[in-house]
Write a protein that binds this ligand. Structure first.
Ligand code: NAP
Length: 340
């Protein structure tokens, strides 16, 4: 016996990947429904070799459904997630709405799988921000060995992190550079994204940091360890899929770069590609469609006593969103719901 599964936001970047990953990983599904806004009513989504016709989230009755994977943005989540949860359906949400709620677990299954048990307070589990998810997968095994004090991270985030509209803007702007009359002014992003980089993701806070940067700090503390200090600079780059991060880590205890490499090779969800030669590292185009968080360029930071630098790349639509959500569903299934 399997689960009755809802995918809300099925026409979006993350929703599409959630359907793909549920099928790829043979999640035990008895029945599945794809939901989106009314304007997408009847549009088709793939689920393995099946085609699902999209239904309207607004009129959907969640009664009798087990798990709802949400990827509809915070505004729609605020309306529909409580409705699903009240009907007894466990919501696994990709938006930022519930991530910092003390009554909602924020889970990366390689890092804090036991936290799913806290789902029952609100019947909701939150999925982290895409940049946080891949970073904590890399940090966790190193923290277990040498205790992380401080992390300095710079991100290189792809446009798919800003949804379908972000991808369209990069595509259209790139074409517009070459085709007279097809120039496209910035709309989704604050400046031209084609052939450019933008040091601004999400809104500015009074502190001068952006909300995206704040999320990496707050979420790392909630998922991994409240004592870890994090400072982030988040940058949008003209890459379609795949987020990259340059991470500098300071530990309580000395950790040799070779031991760090060995630890990461054994870590769940991590793939180490680290040859000190031309091309001996992973770039975002190579991570697309993969489950792993790729780690390269592992090296000692000789400017401090206990420091390591590394390069971390992952498919933001997968580990950064859809894969992590499905892994949470699997963890919930194995530990709590126990069907399938
Ligand atoms: N992209 C990433 O890397 C990433 C990573 C982590 C978390 N997230 C989060 O995941 C969520 C979805 O992101 P995305 O990139 O998939 O966005 P997207 O490509 O823009 O897709 C948005 C989806 O939400 C649906 N939707 C929006 N408003 C709705 C409403 N009022 N009622 C019903 N459906 C509605 C859309 O349906 P229509 O097609 O019918 O409009 C579409 O299916 C966001 O909260 C985002 O922050 C994204």
């Amino acid at each position: 016996m399997g689960y009755r599964v809802v995918v809300a936001g099925a026409t979006g970047n993350v929703g599409r990947e959630m359907l793909n990953i549920l099928a790829e990983r043979e999640f035990p599904v008895d029945e599945i429904v794809a939901l989106a806004s009314r304007k997408s009513l009847g549009s088709e989504c793939s689920f393995g070799d099946r085609t699902l016709k999209t239904k309207d989230l607004d009129t959907f009755d969640f009664t009798g459904w087990d798990i709802a994977l949400f990827a509809v943005g915070s505004e729609a989540t605020a309306i529909y997630a409580p409705r699903a949860a009240k009907a007894g359906c466990v919501v696994i949400d990709n938006s930022s709405l519930y991530r910092y709620d003390p009554d909602v677990p924020l889970v990366v299954p390689e890092v804090n799988p036991e936290a799913v048990l806290g789902y029952s307070k609100k019947n909701i589990i939150a999925n982290p921000n895409c940049s946080t998810a891949q970073m904590v997968v890399a940090l966790k095994p190193l923290h277990d060995r040498a205790t992380i004090k401080r992390v300095v991270v710079s991100t290189y985030q792809s446009v798919s992190g800003a949804g379908k509209e972000g991808m369209d803007e990069l595509w259209d702007q790139t074409k517009g550079m070459y085709v007279p009359g097809q120039e496209r002014a910035p709309k989704k992003f604050t400046k031209q994204i084609a052939f450019n980089v933008i040091p601004h993701i999400d809104k500015f806070l009074d502190s001068g940091e952006t909300k995206e940067e704040w999320k990496m700090v707050a979420e790392t503390k909630k998922i991994l360890d409240t004592r870890i200090k994090v400072t982030a600079t988040c940058v949008r780059v003209p890459v379609f899929v795949g987020h990259s991060e340059a991470i500098n880590i300071e530990f309580e205890n000395f950790l040799d770069e070779d031991e760090a490499r060995d630890i990461l090779r054994e870590a769940p969800g991590v793939m180490v590609i680290d040859k000190r030669e031309d091309g001996g590292y992973v770039t975002p185009v190579e991570c697309v469609g993969d489950y792993a968080t790729f780690i390269s360029r592992i090296r000692q930071d000789s400017t401090i006593d206990n420091g390591i630098n590394l390069w971390c790349v992952s498919d933001n639509l997968r580990k950064g969103a859809a894969l992590n959500a499905v892994q949470i569903a699997e963890t919930l299934g194995n530990r709590v719901l126990k069907k399938g």
